[in-house]
Structure formats: structure tokens, C-alpha cells
Design a protein around this ligand. Structure first.
Ligand code: RIB
Ligand code: CA
Length: 312
């Protein structure tokens, strides 16, 4: 039975690969819609990029909704230095022709959760949590109806990637993240501690290219572009494919391991705003609210990803 999900996203090359993995896995995932949020690049671009990915996969039937263009209470911080000016630098893809839906992404999230049977819809945020938190604020009744939130965000042992202490998705909208982490939904977190173990390599990128399809070529060219930032910064041999870890977890949870612990979001720290304070050693006495992932079978992850991308 395919799992009903909404992907909330700020493409971003790694978001794009995550969306493709979901579209390539209809037996596992029923994608109800894609909601774009401001993050890696401004909303106009994330909403455009989301549609470009759908068209690349030949899936113009997937409804795409534009959401919040700025964090709840802060000025938007973007990441063109990582993803390029367009947010999807790498391959040259045609501008989308499929339309955006008229409904606001937040209203789509609220309406979908109110319509679908409680406990059957999983939310998969891959960017700042502004749309999700705004929906929870607007319609608190939907919180109990969420089956699970599986998100990419946060960091503990790996510390920050946008500041010394914060991961980008949480840092951009820490107030939204605080609302989501306190909401009480079943929560699974893919932090940098996990995604920094899902590294591309020359061989893995060439395996995407060797698929020989337009989708395989685009994925190879996105990862080629995307990996230069992390290789320069961390001296690593490849780039972390952050967001596809969320979708791979839905398909093959056995590839991942973590702990059920308390995780809170710092929203006022002078140097630590956006930090996810993960009580890995259970010293705080605070209740566990998150399944915080730390290990992945990266070989299994990349073979799943390559095999599925080849289906498109
Ligand atoms: O910190 C990594 C996260 O920030 C990823 O989701 C990437 O796409 C950016 O949104
Ligand atoms: Ca993202």
C-alpha cells in the first residue's frame, strides 16, 4: 500500500533528486502534492524549480503549490553560494509550462489533512519549516491528523553548515522549526549527522550519468555542480545528498538507524540560533520527541537511488 505524502521543498539540487526518487517509486509513495517554500533561493524560483523537476520526470499531473515567501518572523536567508543563482544550476533545463495551483501551499496542506483519513498522510519537509508551522498555527486541528513528519534538517555531532551551530533549513526559520518540533507529531529527523554520511563520489555520479536517460544526465549534472561547495568546505570526496535521505527512509527504513531522543530548537541564542539541541545522551530529562537519525548504509542508499532514478 503506497504511503500518501506531501513534499514541502526549496529546490535545490538535492531536493530535486528527492522529488525524482518519490516519483520513481509509485508502489511505495503516493505523492499528493508538492508545496514550495522560500529557502535555498526565493519562492518564485523554488516554485519554478519544483515544476521543472515534475516536467523533467514527465509528471505534469502532480499539483505544485507556492507557499510562504519568507520565514515567520525573520528575514529570508538564501543559499545561492551552494545551489547557484537559479537554485538548480548544473544542467540547462527548459522553463516550466505547467501552471502553479491557485491554492496557497498552506491551505493545500490544511485541506489535504482535513480531507484524508486521519493518520494516513506523511509530511516530508525538505526546506525551512515555514509552510508546515504556518499550517499548524492556522489550523491546529490538523496536527493530530498527521501520520508522521519525516524531515531533513538539524545537526548535533556534525554541528552547523550555515553558521557554526545551525543547519540551513532550521536556521532560516527557527521559530517555525520550534513549532514543528514541539507539535507532538511522530517526528523522524534526517540531520547533517546522517546526511554527511550519504556522500556522492565520482563513481556514484558516473553511475547516474551511465543510466543514459535525460533524468540520469540531469541528476549527474546537478550532483556535479552541488558537490563542489562541500568538497571545498569540508575537503570531502563528495557532497552529501541531504534531501533524498527523507524519501529513501520511507522506502527502505532499514537503511537508516538513530535514537528516539529529545530535540529542541534554539530560537534566541546570540551565536546558536537555529541549533537543534539533541539530547543524544538523554541527560535533560525532557521527553523524547524525535527519531534522530545518525547512521545510513550509504552503499544501499545509492544503489536504491540509482535503480529508482533509472526507472524515470
Ligand atoms: O542543510 C541542507 C539543507 O538545506 C538541504 O535541504 C538543502 O536543500 C538546503 O535546503
Ligand atoms: Ca532542501
Amino acid at each position: 500500500m503506497a504511503r500518501k505524502i506531501i513534499i514541502d521543498t526549496d529546490p535545490g539540487q538535492d531536493d530535486a533528486v528527492a522529488i525524482l526518487l518519490a516519483l520513481a517509486s509509485p508502489a511505495d509513495i503516493e505523492l499528493l502534492g508538492l508545496t514550495a517554500v522560500a529557502g535555498n533561493v526565493p519562492l518564485a524560483l523554488t516554485a519554478k524549480n519544483t515544476r521543472m523537476v515534475c516536467e523533467l520526470a514527465g509528471r505534469t499531473d502532480i499539483p505544485v503549490f507556492a507557499g510562504c515567501e519568507a520565514p515567520m518572523n525573520r528575514t529570508l536567508v538564501t543559499a545561492e553560494h551552494v545551489h547557484g543563482k537559479t537554485g538548480l544550476d548544473g544542467p540547462t533545463l527548459p522553463d516550466p509550462t505547467m501552471p502553479l495551483q491557485d491554492t496557497h501551499a498552506v491551505d493545500f496542506i490544511v485541506e489535504t489533512l482535513r480531507r484524508e483519513t486521519p493518520g494516513t498522510v506523511t509530511l516530508c519537509p525538505l526546506g525551512p519549516l515555514t509552510n508546515i508551522a504556518t499550517a499548524f498555527r492556522q489550523a491546529p486541528d490538523i496536527i493530530a491528523r498527521v501520520a508522521e513528519i519525516v524531515l531533513m534538517g538539524g545537526a548535533y555531532f556534525e554541528v552547523g553548515n550555515i553558521t557554526p551551530s545551525a543547519e540551513f533549513n532550521i536556521y532560516v526559520d527557527p521559530d517555525a522549526a520550534d513549532i514543528v518540533f514541539r507539535a507532538g507529531c511522530k517526528l523522524t529527523v534526517m540531520p547533517l549527522d546522517l546526511t554527511h554520511k550519504a556522500l556522492t563520489s565520482r563513481e556514484r555520479v558516473e553511475a547516474f550519468r551511465a543510466i543514459g536517460t535525460p533524468v540520469g544526465k540531469a541528476v549527474a549534472e546537478w550532483t556535479d555542480f552541488f558537490e563542489r561547495f562541500d568538497k571545498e568546505k569540508y575537503g570531502s570526496l563528495g557532497a552529501p545528498l541531504h534531501d533524498p535521505c527523507v524519501i529513501a527512509y520511507l522506502i527502505r527504513p532499514d537503511l537508516f538507524a538513530g535514537r528516539h531522543i529529545n530535540v529542541v530548537v534554539e530560537t534566541e541564542g546570540r551565536f546558536t540560533t537555529g541549533m537543534t539541541v539533541a539530547d543524544w545522551w538523554r541527560v535533560s530529562g525532557r521527553d523524547a520527541n524525535a527519531h534522530f537519525m545518525r547512521d545510513v548504509d550509504d552503499t544501499g542508499f545509492f544503489s536504491l537511488l540509482t535503480e529508482r532514478i533509472a526507472r524515470l
